[in-house]
Design a protein around this ligand. Structure first.
Ligand code: NAD
Ligand code: ZN
Length: 370
């Protein structure tokens, strides 16, 4: 099974290739793109241990000269300091304008490698080889690259499109289950904002909370439809002038919950799941969306094993304060992405403080009956 999904942009169009076993074909696929002989593979220790050799062997067999740089794992290392280290390795190995950086990892590795490629020698090629579900369906596509500043996430960055996104579903076998579920939050997001059929396919699956519950066909379908949704939206609005903002569905309250829990207790996907529940309930309260459809969304989020309640250590007041500080506030108003139907959303700044208060207050775990 192989799918090729085009990302059509005014300049720098590219393809997303999804194929089981694709990792071992990376050398030939790069060769077909006529990229220069020198490449630098960027990864972290865990991922490189699993998949580094397959990639290096394939590159060598296709005649590439490869070096590698292993960065420490984790969001806290997504810093300009790590970028500096990548530049050092690029310099030591004489990488040139025609050279290619290969990001072999999750979104953290992908964002950093993309940013380093955007800036090294004013831009070398980058190929994204996402290994987490979240990176496959989201981070690796669309050209947003960057690192964190001590005062905020993703504050330093560039739009820089890859030459290729290469997805090998087989690598998901080693992904921790919590990371799998985090990725599924973004998959459900595409169902709500863009692709009703994807949503219904997920609903029809008997179980979804572990990778091993998905047969190869359903996994391929999930990857293909999610990548297609992202590619279509980015193709219509590369630099987020308008439409691309719909991909922030669930991320308004989500980012607040994520930052208020220190980016650890609740991870990104879990926060997005909670945020989608909030947005759905807001849309239902404003009578933009039918309550039964909002319930279907919430049931699907629970079915993949994601939390739907706001954790008790976070307060409604703190969330509202965090929303005010968020990048999605324009002219003092909080912008929400709100569903009108499964597969269709609008962007709204008309959510009142009252609605927000009521919905968030109701989203805490009910006290157990005694
Ligand atoms: N550029 C974008 O458009 C975009 C979109 C969404 C998220 N992001 C960024 O992506 C990052 C989150 O990405 P993520 O969720 O992939 O996190 P991550 O990169 O930290 O990966 C999650 C964990 O899974 C491990 N892992 C990944 N693949 C594995 C595999 N196949 N086997 C075993 N372990 C594996 C990683 O080592 C890590 O510990 C954030 O920094 C976020 O800002 C960017
Ligand atoms: Zn997200």
């Amino acid at each position: 099974m192989q799918s090729l999904i085009p990302v059509d942009l005014p300049q720098n169009s590219y393809e997303i290739a999804i194929a089981s076993g694709a990792l071992a074909q990376i050398g030939d696929r790069l060769k077909a793109l006529n990229l220069g002989k020198k490449v630098m593979v960027v990864s972290n220790a865990v991922i490189f241990q699993h998949y580094g050799q397959i990639v290096l062997d394939s590159l060598a067999a296709a005649g590439f000269e490869a070096c590698s740089h292993i960065l420490p794992a984790g969001e806290r290392h997504k810093t300009i300091h790590s970028i500096q280290k990548l530049y050092d390795t690029a310099l030591e190995n004489h990488l040139e304008r025609s050279s290619t950086f290969i990001a072999l990892g999750g979104g953290v590795i992908g964002d950093m490698t993309g940013f380093a490629a955007a800036t090294w020698l004013r831009g070398v090629n980058v190929v994204q080889v996402p290994t987490s579900l979240l990176a496959m369906v989201d981070a690796a596509i669309g050209g947003k690259t960057g690192v964190n500043h001590p005062r905020g996430k993703n504050l330093i960055g560039a739009f820089y499109q890859p030459k290729l996104v290469l997805i090998d579903p087989q690598v998901l076998k080693t992904l921790p289950v919590r990371e799998f579920r985090a990725g599924m939050a973004e998959v459900i997001k595409y169902g709500i904002v863009w692709d009703r059929e994807l949503f219904e396919q997920l609903e029809a699956a008997p179980r979804l909370d572990h990778l091993h519950d998905l047969d190869a066909k359903l996994l391929h379908e999930i990857l293909m439809r999610s990548c297609q949704a992202k590619a279509e939206v980015v193709g219509k609005d590369e630099k987020e002038a308008g439409l691309r903002a719909i991909l922030n569905y669930g991320h308004t309250v989500g980012h607040a919950v994520e930052s208020l829990t220190g980016y650890r207790l609740v991870n990104h996907g879990e926060a997005v799941g909670i945020g989608m529940v909030s947005a759905g309930q807001i849309a239902a309260a404003m009578q933009l969306w039918s309550a039964p459809e909002a319930d279907r969304q919430n049931a699907l989020i629970a079915k993949v094993g994601l939390p739907i309640h706001i954790p008790p250590m976070v307060s409604v007041e703190a969330i509202i304060e965090a929303l005010q500080a968020d990048k999605k506030v324009q002219a003092g108003k909080v912008r929400f992405i709100l569903p009108q139907a499964i597969g269709q959303v609008i962007i709204s700044d008309r959510v009142t403080a009252d609605t927000l208060n009521t919905v968030l207050s109701e989203q805490f775990q009910p006290e157990p009956c005694t």
